[in-house]
Write a new protein. Structure first.
Length: 134
């Protein structure tokens, strides 16, 4: 079993979609309305749907909410941070933390207010598949 779809709300679908296209390789496969919905897909066929937030939605996600992207090495994490910084965004500093081994990580808020984490995989990810009881 794999998680293959996420739906995120944003006040600026177009800007958020452009961010995920430019920096994380997603492509738009469907759009609806004027900045109302963008359905995107990455190279692994993960589907990311960006939906215009409604007036009744909270102003922002909870403080710790984020989506994450794994990169194979600390050098690639640093390169992604440099790319975001050069594009005028404000990524945080790269930090090394222990998550079952050393993990290089930083966070960046994309246009539209979605927090993105860029990091090397934690040790439990590289250790192999989990056994799912069922």
């Amino acid at each position: 079993m794999q998680l293959k779809h996420a739906n995120l709300v944003t006040p600026d679908v177009a800007a958020s979609a452009e961010f995920f296209q430019r920096f994380f390789g997603f492509e738009i496969v469907d759009k609806r309305g004027a900045d109302a919905l963008a359905v995107m897909r990455d190279q692994d066929n993960f589907v990311l749907t960006l939906m215009k937030s409604k007036k009744s939605d909270p102003d922002r996600y909870p403080q710790t909410f984020h989506v994450g992207f794994y990169f194979d090495s600390p050098e690639l994490v640093n390169a992604k941070r440099a790319e975001l910084l050069a594009a005028g965004l404000s990524p945080g500093e790269v930090d090394t933390t222990n998550r079952g081994g050393a993990v290089s990580t930083f966070y960046c808020v994309c246009p539209g207010g979605i927090t993105v984490e860029v990091c090397t995989p934690p040790g439990f990810v590289t250790a192999g598949p989990l056994a799912i009881a069922g």
